[in-house]
Design a binder for this molecule. Sequence first.
Ligand SMILES: Nc1ncnc2c1ncn2[C@@H]1O[C@H](COP(=O)(O)OP(=O)(O)O)[C@@H](O)[C@H]1O
Ligand SMILES: [Mg+2]
Length: 278
Amino acid sequence: MTYPEQMRNPGDGSVVVDTQPSSRPVLEMNGISKTFALKDQSVVALDNVSLSVTAGEFISLVGPSGCGKTTLLRIIDGLEQADAGECLLEGVPLSGISRDMAYVFQDINLLPWRSVLGNVALGLEARNIGKNERHNRVMEVLEMVGLSSFSAAPPYTLSGGMQQRVGVARALAVRPKVLLMDEPFGQLDNFTREALQVEIANLWEKLGTTIVFVTHDVDEAIFLSDRIALFRPAPGRITKVVDVDLPRPRTDYDVRANPKAIELRAQIVSHLREGDNS
Ligand SMILES: Nc1ncnc2c1ncn2[C@@H]1O[C@H](COP(=O)(O)OP(=O)(O)O)[C@@H](O)[C@H]1O
Ligand SMILES: [Mg+2]
């Protein structure tokens, strides 16, 4: 497969020889704040949030509902504007919607009148990729998520898990530098969710894409991540960042049985509970 090389190829014919892949920041958030003004009150969704994400890293944002995780992803993606602070992609300030980023939404939001293929092609059409290449890239990512034989199907004929695989394929098709995922498995049953967690871990290992993954599920975050940023609400902020120092590839069993993982889980849950002022 040529995909991983292309993902890592800057596109100018040169090849990046990355001697320190773990230290190069690809995405930086510096002092991000956002307040939403409502009729008679305002909500500080994010208060001075800073985080640096290294190239190829899998980082999760974890915290209870309402602590600003979605708002932060939307600001990174350019769907929302911060009141203060800035985001940098490879050192360059981001403004507006970035073509180097792709977003997998919690509500699967496929277009019902388009086939699976047509849905996955959306981001490529927006980027004016020609028909042949579009087709090749769509088939390539459908293969990766195990849906190549469903390319002509309308989305409503697929199960929830398959629909979210289409969402993942649609995001990967644009070969993003950073993949943003907002509780992508939140609406799926446990079995499907666990299967997709394994699939996304495998895809991430294969492609080397940087992933920023939002979840409120501590076990999901530990299973998938290199690091986990813990959020507390009112005002939404990062209060702690922890390393997930567990060998890869991981299995569900590793994460349940490894004493380090059990300890980490306890530490995370206790930190989040301390901040629970509801
Ligand atoms: N468009 C909006 N208008 C007003 N308030 C909003 C808007 N978006 C988010 N909020 C508020 O900002 C806070 C953070 O929301 P959100 O980023 O969705 O949190 P999370 O994803 O962690 O659940 C919440 O209190 C939410 O009600
Ligand atoms: Mg959210």
